[in-house]
Ligand binder design. Structure first.
Ligand code: MN3
Length: 386
């Protein structure tokens, strides 16, 4: 910490969460310095961010985009390429907080490296906990660092359990909007277009997570994420459909009392909570107008409509590398759907196939997880070709 300012690095600063994090930081600019900002391809936006925030350094993962950036930029700080660059950003000595907002499995190694360097993490990259939750949480404990969830549901749980004892928690109730196809007739699912799937009713998010929300695998990932973050058996983590997205999740205690966290569906609120945890700062984000909310409704998730949710529960019960297989097969399937190569109904079929065919390693090392991830990707890509 230099002059009372915290140094914050953002892995994935040009993505949806990265951009919104900077918008939150903008509201109290005197409180932080930017260490590193990293992007995969979007060097134009990164250039704008570099100019505005004057970070210590920037990273562009893609080599072609890196060269373009270098050719045109006036930025005077460090400019690094590739995965090594992202690791450098993740482990920068002056970091007080790293925002891990990478998408998918690519977040695993940088997040792990950051934890090992002893820095607190605001974690928006749930796939890291899905694929490598056991290793990530063990390392976090050993290095005595906090992993603070940015995900709105987990932020809600964190807020509900503040001041409570772990042994007095009876269950976690994660809310799910149900996505855009909550009430669509199941026989019409194979006609769903990419554009329809990208229309989320309540939240504005990146493409991958929006598709994950439409299939409800996102909620399955969040069950696994909650399992690791709050050290809670999956049997004690429930999902309930709550289409209004006003209650962001709940915790039930052993005396039958339930606490819920409410707010407008705006990611800046959980981002702000994660950045300032365990404190709160004053922000003038939109306030919930209770009088305008006519009702809050709840329903049981339909597992026939959303088989991915059940697969996620099964994968974490199997344990070992099963959730990594779930995640990797989903990633390939989702991008195939976004590329219009498959229909949305093929996503769970590909995942199930991978879970049946790829060998599960019970107590994996990080190397086992990386290899299983790669093996699963190759398997699904092979399936897509036939
Ligand atoms: Mn969420």
């Amino acid at each position: 910490m230099a002059n009372g300012k915290r140094t914050i690095s953002i892995l994935g600063s040009t993505g949806s969460i990265g951009v919104q994090t900077l918008r939150v930081l903008d509201l109290i600019p005197s409180s932080f310095n930017i260490g590193y900002l990293t992007a995969n391809y979007n060097f134009e936006l990164l250039e704008e961010q570099a100019e505005k925030y004057n970070p210590i350094g920037v990273v562009i993962k893609d080599v072609t985009a890196f060269k373009e950036f270098k050719k045109h930029t006036n930025f005077k700080g460090m400019i690094l390429p590739g995965d090594e660059g992202i690791i450098e950003a993740a482990t920068f000595k002056q970091n007080d907080l790293v925002i891990s907002a990478l998408v998918g499995f690519s977040g695993v190694l940088p997040t792990l490296a950051s934890i090992k360097s002893g820095t607190d993490i605001a974690l928006a990259n749930k796939e890291t906990l899905v694929s490598a939750g056991q290793i990530i949480t063990k390392e976090a404990k050993e290095n005595n660092i906090n992993i603070i969830a940015v995900d709105s549901e987990h932020s809600a749980v964190l807020q509900c359990i503040a001041g409570e004892s772990a042994e007095e928690i009876e269950k976690i109730i994660l809310t799910a909007s149900g996505g855009p196809f909550r009430s669509k007739p199941i026989e019409e699912f194979n006609t769903i277009t990419v554009a329809q799937a990208l229309e989320h009713p309540n939240w504005t998010m990146g493409n991958k997570i929006t598709i994950d929300s439409a299939t409800l695998i996102n909620k399955g990932f969040e069950v696994i994420e909650a399992h690791w973050l709050f050290n809670m058996p999956v049997e004690k983590i429930e999902v309930i459909i709550h289409p209004q997205s006003i209650i962001h999740s709940m915790v039930q205690f052993i005396d039958g009392s339930i606490k819920a966290q409410l707010g407008v569906p705006d990611m800046r609120i959980p981002i702000a909570y994660a950045i300032n945890f365990p404190h709160r700062l004053s922000y003038n984000f939109p306030r919930l107008n209770l009088e305008e909310i006519e009702m809050l409704t709840f329903e049981k998730p339909d597992l026939e409509r959303f088989p991915c949710l059940k697969m996620a529960y099964d994968a974490i019960k199997t344990g070992g590398t099963a959730p990594a297989i779930l995640n990797a097969s989903n990633e390939i399937a989702v991008y195939a759907f976004l590329d219009k190569k498959i229909s949305i109904t093929e996503i769970p079929i590909l995942i199930e196939d991978a879970l049946n065919k790829i060998k599960v390693i019970a107590n994996p090392t990080i190397k086992d997880i990386i290899e299983t991830d790669q093996e699963t990707r190759n398997f699904v890509v092979g399936k897509l070709k036939t």
